[in-house]
Design a protein around this ligand. Structure first.
Ligand code: AMP
Ligand code: GLY
Length: 422
């Protein structure tokens, strides 16, 4: 089989390494891929948003199956276009991808179907939003409606900050058209859990839970990033909570999307907060999380391609999906300076078995040498029987990966270990 994966980050690298395990897979193309993915797939210089070029490539190269991984092409209808061209795909169509691309849509969906989430109001009028800010509880969370590269969320600790957040989004348009509509919502507290799930629109199969580490600095300090590391499973997510989420969140969401004629097929990501009043949805993503995928897929015992095809063919109910009863850890190594400005172009070296367990996000090939090419450069991972061992193993592999100015957190998984000791 010839498989094509759209995207080019650490998540896509993890998907590709998992797909490669299927013996029927002859060639994997990655559009556009990156300098590290090039070791595992044929990288093709077609952008993740260039849907017409993706369709042409798929037809000319006899692609048997496509995986659309990032949010942008999903929101733009890559799955619709490829399916129409006769290429079976993994990922939601445009109508279903709206669950991530419009926060106003997802909030209204949850309200309509009684799915627990933070209380909120939606505004398209600046004065109305500012009026609401005068009387709401503080802190308050201000979110741009559309996709904003994970940056469209401002937690305002004061009324002034909330006014400023609303003005920056609606007046100054710091997130462009994504700020035409803003959601102002109740501030929730509690541990956060990421649950990725496979769903064919009827059946939903949660994957092993995980925990992201979004802040750049140790002990969750400093600026927010795209994610500095992950562990799985998340110890806060007990079996009882999982059962509650299935009943109150996962199944109701799948059924709600179907009822709205937006049947969701693909990977639906539930960003949850475990509040004192029970689990609540913070966000939905219409795709695999990054860097959650880098710890979830290494624990998948079943064949990824088989599960993905079952999603496409709507036979997930009859398809076993099993995860290893182990733990995983991913430590992201970033360019010094990230998430601010940083230099790139430094050669990357990996010793021992590090390369095998590393998922590359931001690297280029320069005269055949892999050099840094982005903020988050790569994620070094390990699996082991216990979380403690997985963390130790991941950090020992980190010691075998080097590039000038490499920066990483030293405490990935530390909070989860404390949770386990409780
Ligand atoms: P999102 O892009 O919606 O995932 O939001 C980014 C981060 O902001 C989340 O991972 C949470 O840590 C935080 N956040 C979002 N919404 C809320 C909320 N209602 N209450 C508290 N924290 C929130
Ligand atoms: N790690 C969060 C995300 O993929 O959006």
């Amino acid at each position: 089989m010839k498989v094509m994966v759209i995207g080019g980050g650490g998540r896509e690298h993890a998907i590709i390494k998992a797909l490669k395990k299927n013996p029927t897979v002859e060639t994997i193309y990655c559009l556009p891929g990156n300098g590290g993915i090039a070791a595992d797939a044929v990288c093709v210089n077609i952008g993740a948003k260039d849907i017409p070029a993706q369709v042409t490539f798929a037809k000319e190269n006899g692609i048997d199956y496509a995986v659309v991984a990032p949010d942008d092409p999903l929101a733009l209808g890559a799955v619709d276009a490829l399916t129409e061209a006769g290429v079976p795909c993994f990922g939601p169509n445009k109508a279903a991808a709206i669950i991530e691309s419009s926060k106003a849509f997802s909030k209204d969906l949850m309200k309509k179907y009684g799915i627990p989430t933070a209380a909120y109001e939606t505004f398209t009028d600046l004065d109305a939003a500012l009026g609401y800010i005068e009387k709401c509880d503080i802190p308050v969370v201000v979110k741009a409606d559309g996709l904003a590269l994970g940056k469209g969320v401002i937690i305002a600790q004061t009324r002034d900050e909330a006014r400023e957040a609303v003005r920056s989004m609606m007046e100054d348009k710091i997130f462009g058209d994504s700020g035409n509509c803003v959601v102002v919502e109740e501030f929730l507290t509690g541990p956060e859990v990421s649950v990725l799930s496979f769903t064919d629109g009827e059946t939903v199969v949660p994957m092993v839970s995980s925990m992201d580490h979004k802040r750049v600095g140790d002990n969750d300090t400093g600026l927010n990033t795209g994610g500095m590391g992950t562990i799985a499973p998340n110890p806060c997510y007990t079996e009882a909570i999982a059962a509650e989420c299935m009943e109150k969140i996962f199944l109701p969401t799948i059924r709600a999307m179907k009822a709205e004629n937006r049947t969701f097929k693909g990977c639906l990501y539930f960003g949850l907060m475990l509040t004192e009043k029970g689990p609540k949805v913070i966000e939905y993503n219409c795709r695999f999380g990054d860097p959650e995928t880098q710890v979830v897929l290494p624990l998948l015992k079943s064949d990824l391609l088989t599960v993905m095809q079952a999603v496409t063919n709507e036979t997930l109910a009859e398809t076993p999906v099993e995860f290893a009863d182990e733990s995983a850890c991913c430590v992201v190594m970033a360019s010094g300076g990230y998430p601010g400005k940083y230099p790139t172009g430094f050669p990357i070296t990996m010793k021992g078995d590090a390369a095998e367990h590393t998922y590359v996000a931001g690297a280029k090939l320069s005269d055949g040498v892999m050099v840094t090419g982005g903020g988050r450069v790569l994620g070094v991972t390990a699996t082991a029987p216990t979380l403690k061992e997985a963390i130790e193993k991941a950090y020992s592999r980190v010691d075998n990966v080097s590039f000038e100015g490499a920066y990483y957190r030293h405490d990935i998984g530390a909070r989860a270990l404390r949770e386990l000791e409780k």
